[in-house]
Every structure is written in C-alpha cells, then in structure tokens.
Design a protein around this ligand. Sequence first.
Ligand code: SF4
Length: 296
Amino acid sequence: MKVEDKEQNREEYLKDVDIFVTNRCNSNCIMCPLSETVRRKSDNGRIEEIFQQIKELPENVEYVNVTGGEPTLVGQAFFEIMDKLKMKFQNSGFQLLTNGRSAADFDFLIQLLPHLPYGIRWAIPLHASNAMLHDQITRTKGSFEQTDQGIKNLLMCQQKVEIRIVVSKKNLSDLLNIAKYIVQQYQGVFCVNFIAMEMMGCAAVHKDELWVDYPIVFKKMKSAIDCLISHGIDVQLYNFPLCAVERGYWHIAVKSITDYKIRYMPECDQCKVKDICGGFFYSTKQVMKPSVTPIG
Ligand code: SF4
C-alpha cells in the first residue's frame, strides 16, 4: 500500500468510528449478521478496552457509531462509555444502534438522557407492523411491545429516532403496513431507512428463509417508501445496488457499505454508474451471487 493510500485510509477512519460495546444481545434476530456463537461468547473485560480506545482516538472524529450486540446491556458501564464519548467528542455526530427495548423502561431512559451527547440519533429496527411477526423475526417474545414502547418514549423525550427496516422474505409483504404503522404511531420520527441484509452469521445460516433478490425487494418496498415520503418522512435505502432501484429513487439510495466490505459482480465493470453505486457486501456476493443489470 502506498503512503498516500495509508494516509487516506486513516483520514476515512477518523471520519467514522465504531465503538463496539458488546457481542451480547437480548434479541436473537434471524437475520443478524453476527453468529449465535459470537453473540453468546463472554466479552468481560471489553469495557476497559473501550475506555482505552476512546482515550487513544483523536478528538476530530466526524461521526461516532455506538454499536453491538445491544450496547445498553452492559448496565452502568454504558453510562460511563457515553460520558467519556460525550466529553471527548464535543463536535462529532453520534449514532446509537440499538433494538430500543431498554428505552421501554422510562426510569432507565430518564437516567440515561443526561449522559448522552447532544443530538444523538437512535437507530432502531422495526421488523413488522405487529407483535407476532416482529417477535418471530427477533425470535424473542415481547420484543415488539418493548421496541414500540421504547420508540414512543424516545419521541416523547424529543430524541432523534431513525427507524430501520431490515427487509427479508419474512417481512416483504408487511412493508406497506409497517410504513402506515410508523406514520400513525411515531409522529416526529427523524427518518426511516430500508436496509438490505448482510448475508453472514445468522443471516447466512437462514438464507433460504430470508433471501429475496434486490429487484423484487424494491418492487415491494416502493409503496412503503411512497407512503412515508408522502407523509413528510425522510427515507433512505441502505445497501441496495442501483440497478435494482428505479431511477427516480436513486437520490435516496445511499452508498452505505463500509469501503473494505464492498464488492461488485464481474458484469459491473460494464456498468456506467459503477462509481456511484454502493455494490454488495462481500459476504452477500459470496453467499447469494445476486443478479445485476449493468446500466448502459
Ligand atoms: S450493475 Fe453493478 S455497478 Fe451497476 S448498478 Fe448494478 S450492482 Fe451497481
């Protein structure tokens, strides 16, 4: 690797930093890109490593992603992590990737709020418009009720909430209902993002139950996208190749895959929009070999 490339990579790293809090999760989503073995592995001692990571990072990080597993599961240590992040990165944007279930506990939420950096965005997956399907996807009874209450509590506390809809064969027919549910129940939501799966871990194990090729997904998603946009809600599409998305929706398709994970199919070399297309996850390309239609 050339020196300038190394410099550029470091620059990109500083733009976007992941604080990986824990493997553990209180849900067990069928399309989780982590394997069940990884999620069950003990990660005691990780907290000190995180403190060290925060200490070693420069202050000029553009965006901090707090992620897991379910980051809030580490209890008091989560408060301490957020305190340290808030103190150190005073000019950074923040995102907390969580299943939102902890926020159903209003006392916990009220205790947590003063520890959070200003303007933090809560990114919370909603898998269905009803408890039965959502809980079937998370494989955790009661998860819909808690996530739903969590989102409502957060909105009541004027928190910035992004709803994430991870699209699979399981919820494909429910997408429009999910959009309608969001419009009716979550007034003040910041945005809604549709996410294509990363086919590794649990997702790869259950690929036959989950996988639908991107063009079919887009056709089903379209009415849900239109419903949200027509109600003034910002929508983005993460991890979708452009050839699967109608041209009129390209402006909401984000190049969202981390650089080192991006791959293209051999046919993509003929495509005129490869430079602006986000491609595929390496794992999705390997496991599913998705079809592409190069744009001429
Ligand atoms: S053909 Fe390849 S580069 Fe072109 S839009 Fe499809 S996935 Fe992207």
